[in-house]
Design a protein around this ligand. Structure first.
Ligand code: AHR
Length: 538
């Protein structure tokens, strides 16, 4: 299978790329042949369920309205947390939620968000437009929310404007036994038993909004915080250090070199083990059309050039992971430290609400970006053991959008729903042969694939067709084992910028796709610009 497309197709592609936005010529159709060889007996690393994690920040309508409506709201809720959102999130199996920010985290004082609601200070959200922050949603409400959707905690402590003392006090408040002073303070606010806090982010973007630090000054700060941050009961708190923005490899190198290990200690205390100081190192990477933060591109009504440049940027995270992982390998060849892509997603120009609210409508492009990104994270499961979509509800690339009492799920939500079968399954190797997708100067692999085998022995392949015009006649060759059954579901839409709307049927609801199983091969035809799940059983 070559990497070139035929000249006539190329001419069609270029001609369509020149059309104005909204006239993307999806009517031009053809198909390409592709093959995927699947090593069904090969067992790679387990795909950590936390790759399907989420990020929620006090920003726009992400928390207030998106999650929290208050106990007196006419919107159905349980203790103030909206029930429609909880039900939708339970369905997709959200493993972990990072909170309270983002840039908000380094201005957040947790003590403002506990105690009787009427006595919580009316604060200012300094990170986001100096908007009012009621503190109605604080630690107890976050933990209640996690309990309702059955997800784990990942709190980011305030390094930028807080202190080690404040962060340690928060850990004591959340995790100390009921008979201790912090435990009693927690009980007097309504929760007797300690909570589990398995993940603790030590600051956020400390190279920027979180403190304007150099890698060296952050490494020193991280070491200091790490000496004091721990759980006081239950699961051990695993620390996630602030990692690089995109391709800042120097940051990764310096932080790994200086902050991964305890100082050699002549009188080691119980907790100064040879375990790395950090469980994970983060990476933040956002997708927009092109590579200029100031020109992120239209969110709807975009043309083929923006489609292609957005997918090219999303695909770039593969190279970034390879680059950061290679540096981490130098200091941690055993891969004990995870790379946690704890902010990722599609971030285009906001066209609704105030721009600072970061509310985005959701289109087919988001689904394709999600499918592509998640396939990349899965394939790097040896090092990437957490990822958090920014941001779960009403902000940037969301799973859910609300408009007052109305709620709808996005195309990205459906992708997470299809891909949830990968959570905890073993990655299996695939080899893809497909022509590239070419748009002007942009050239990309036409298909993106990841595959896993779950504990019951079923195989799952998730396949993204990046080509907006051509469907694919796909042949899956299953090497090893006997495979007799297969089924597939797919998500696509008429146009690259088809969007989901309140009060209209959901055009992205995945539908069944016919598959043919014969002598170790599965054949199917996948649509252009689509995300597909194939399930194969013995
Ligand atoms: O997700 C929005 C913002 O993007 C976060 O607050 C910050 O961490 C990042 O720059």
């Amino acid at each position: 299978m070559g990497h070139a497309i035929s000249q006539s197709l190329m001419i069609l592609a270029l001609a369509a790329g020149a059309l104005p936005a909204g006239a993307q010529a999806e009517a031009v159709s053809s198909s390409f042949d592709a093959a995927v060889a699947v090593e069904t007996a090969g067992a790679g690393p387990v795909i950590d369920p936390n790759i399907y994690g989420q990020f929620v920040e006090h920003l726009g309508r992400g928390v207030y309205e998106g999650i929290w409506v208050g106990p007196d709201s006419p919107i159905p809720n349980v203790r103030g947390i909206r029930s429609d959102v909880v039900a939708a999130l339970r369905k997709v199996k959200i493993p972990v939620i990072r909170w309270p920010g983002g840039c908000f985290a380094d201005g957040y004082h947790w003590a403002d968000g506990v105690g009787p609601a009427s006595r919580r200070p009316k604060a200012i959200n300094a990170a986001w437009d100096k908007s009012p922050e009621t503190n109605a949603f604080g630690t107890h409400e976050y933990m209640d929310f996690l309990g309702q959707i059955d997800a784990k905690a990942f709190v980011s402590v305030n390094v930028g404007s807080g202190s080690v003392r404040e962060a340690d006090d928060w850990m004591r408040y959340m995790t100390a036994p009921a008979d201790s002073q912090p435990g009693q303070a927690r009980a007097s606010n309504g929760h007797v038993e300690p909570w589990q806090v398995p993940f603790v982010g030590v600051g956020n973007e400390s190279w920027g909004c979180g403190g304007n630090m150099t890698a060296d000054s952050y490494a020193a700060a991280f070491r200091h915080y790490a000496a004091f941050l721990r759980s006081y009961s239950g699961e051990r708190a695993q620390l996630i250090a602030v990692g690089a923005d995109s391709d800042d490899y120097d940051w990764t190198d310096r932080v790994m070199a200086q902050a991964m290990k305890w100082r050699p200690n002549p009188t080691p205390l119980a907790y100064t083990t040879d375990r790395p100081l950090m469980w994970g190192l983060s990476l933040h990477f956002y997708t927009f059309a092109g590579n200029d933060w100031r020109k992120k591109g239209r969110n709807v009504g975009f043309g083929m050039a923006e489609w292609a440049s957005s997918l090219a940027r999303a695909n770039h995270v593969d190279e970034l992971i390879r680059g950061h992982a290679a540096i981490m390998d130098k200091y941690d060849p055993e891969k004990r430290v995870a790379l946690a892509v704890d902010e990722w997603g599609a971030w285009f120009q906001s066209e609704k609400d105030a721009p600072s609210q970061l509310y985005l409508e959701s289109t087919l492009r988001d689904a394709v970006i999600a499918g592509l990104s998640l396939n990349i994270f899965n394939r790097h499961a040896d090092r990437v053991r957490m990822a958090n979509l920014a941001q779960m509800v009403n902000v940037i690339q969301s799973l859910i959008l609300t408009d007052g009492a109305k709620m709808m799920v996005t195309p990205t939500y459906h992708v997470f729903d299809l891909y949830k079968v990968h959570q905890g399954a073993a990655l299996i190797p695939t080899e893809v042969q497909a022509p590239d997708y070419v748009e002007g100067d942009t050239r990309l692999p036409g298909l993106s694939v990841s595959a896993s085998k779950d504990r019951s022995g079923k195989l799952h392949l998730t396949i993204v067709n990046l080509d907006p015009r051509r469907s694919s006649n796909l042949r899956l060759t299953l090497k090893g084992g006997v495979w007799r059954q297969a089924n597939a579901q797919t998500l696509t839409a008429d146009r690259v910028d088809t969007r989901v709307r309140f009060d209209a049927p959901d055009p992205f609801q995945p539908r069944r796709l016919p598959v043919l199983v014969s002598r170790g091969e599965v054949s199917l035809k996948i649509a252009s610009k689509s995300v597909t799940l194939v399930e194969i059983a013995p």
